[in-house]
Design a protein around this ligand. Structure first.
Ligand SMILES: Nc1ncnc2c1ncn2[C@@H]1O[C@H](COP(=O)(O)OP(=O)(O)OP(=O)(O)O)[C@@H](O)[C@H]1O
Ligand SMILES: [Mg+2]
Length: 403
């Protein structure tokens, strides 16, 4: 016997309530009409059907160490199971434990609306991604993945557009995980631009750093249908503040331990944390437009931050909307900035159209010139990565030969 289909309308997924306490079980059952009810995780396991997506709502009695252990186990064993935790009160401790156990959401038991939304979101997410299509990925890498930081000294120049589309291209090309981090804590719109429901965010990741747990880091990432893993900015903007440098860099290096590439979209506002990222990065993509204020801003930014000293050879100038009808010439800009503009990205109406559709332009318009330009940029970054690996191997070889 399987679990009765509920909520999700066309029964794309099942919903199950798991709670030993009868009163709590009834409360949850009232919020989630039609959900199958189980007294224990063992009982739920007996009713799981292979290949069928189920959203399992675990009640407050299971929010104890032994319960979390069991949730983690069932979560690892059944990729088609999405765990949601319903507790009396969502405290920081409970949230951490839930994330570690692999729960996709944690909500207050008496918040019927939040519970319903969480179940719907997890059900839709899991039924959209067939488990078979998720490639098996190694748990941790032998060496850290490559950190690519996208930034600019001026707003609205196309940082997020570039970061997202570059991330998608890299994710399609490499069998390893590729993560996109939205480090624009105030106005970050990566999740919106990708049409992803809000899940765990950069600030959750920073709070989890203390556990130094690669599995926890992986669980924080939301998977976009393109295969890109995303760590969004908080949905409630953190006004006037950003994460301390060590935390932001820490989140990125924790992700580098489990990802082949980590692409970071940054805020325009410059602070110590962004400089920390620039220092830690393997590639720094400095984005500018071809108008005079943008070039002036880049020039001032490069000088003020002494970027050449901090970023040196890893700094790459990306001129976005490079074909825009303006009087500035790429060569002139190169002269003013003292940098080669190797990566012109053309302006294309397909970009705003794709943004409004919530689809990355490289997915929506695979043949567009803007897509080809971003693919060329990805190729260059991947080639640099490959030669860096070869160089490192050679150096290791020489060391061994000398020893
Ligand atoms: N190559 C392009 N062709 C056409 N439109 C573009 C292109 N790149 C970006 N845009 C448009 O420019 C606007 C700003 O882009 P985006 O949000 O990526 O910039 P940003 O630098 O991240 O901005 P912010 O500083 O606000 O974070 C968007 O409306 C986007 O659709
Ligand atoms: Mg942006």
């Amino acid at each position: 016997m399987g679990i009765a289909a509920t909520g999700g309308g066309a029964s794309r997924y099942d919903v199950a309530v798991v709670e030993p306490d009868a009163r709590n079980r009834m409360r949850l059952g009232t919020h989630l009409a039609g959900a199958a009810q189980f007294q224990s995780i063992d009982e739920l396991v007996q009713h799981l059907r292979p290949g069928r997506v189920v959203v399992a709502v675990f009640g407050p009695t299971l929010a104890v160490p032994y319960g979390f252990q069991q949730i983690q186990r069932i979560n690892a064993a059944y990729p088609q199971l999405g765990a949601v935790l319903a507790v009396e009160e969502v405290s920081a401790d409970v949230l951490q434990a839930a994330i570690r156990a692999g729960a996709r959401d944690t909500v207050a038991l008496n918040d019927a609306v939040a519970l319903d939304q969480a179940v719907g979101r997890v059900g839709e997410l899991l039924s959209g991604v067939s488990a078979a299509s998720v490639p098996a990925i190694a748990d941790t890498r032998p060496s850290p993945g490559r950190l690519i930081v996208v930034f600019s000294t001026k707003g609205g120049v196309g940082k997020s557009t570039l970061a997202i589309n570059l991330g998608v291209v890299l994710a399609r090309r490499t069998p390893e995980r590729v993560a996109l981090v939205d480090a624009d804590l105030q106005f970050g719109d990566v999740a919106v631009m990708l049409g992803l429901p809000p899940q765990h965010t950069v600030t959750d990741a920073a709070a989890s750093l203390q556990f130094a747990d690669p599995e926890l880091m992986r669980n924080l990432l939301a998977r976009h249908e393109s295969g890109l893993y995303v760590l969004p900015a908080p949905t409630e903007p953190i006004l006037g503040t950003s994460l301390p440098r060590a935390e932001l860099v820490g989140v990125c290096s924790a992700l580098q331990a489990v990802c082949g590439y980590v692409v970071v979209d940054t805020a325009t506002q410059f602070d110590d944390s962004v400089l920390g990222l620039v220092e830690a990065a393997d590639d720094v993509l400095l984005v500018g437009n071809m108008d005079i204020p943008s070039v002036k801003n880049l020039k001032i930014g490069i000088q003020a931050l002494d970027l050449a000293a901090i970023a040196g050879p890893k700094l790459r100038l990306v001129l976005n909307r490079a074909n825009t009808q303006v009087k500035l010439d790429v060569r002139e800009i190169e002269q003013v900035l003292g940098m080669r503009a190797d990566f012109p990205i053309p302006s294309d109406i397909a970009v705003p159209i794709a943004v409004n559709a919530g689809v990355p332009v490289v997915v929506q318009e695979p043949k567009a010139a803007v897509t080809r330009a971003i693919e060329a940029l990805a190729t260059r970054l991947m080639v640099t990565d490959a030669s860096a690996e070869v160089g490192a191997k050679r150096r290791r070889g020489r060391k061994r030969a000398r020893a």
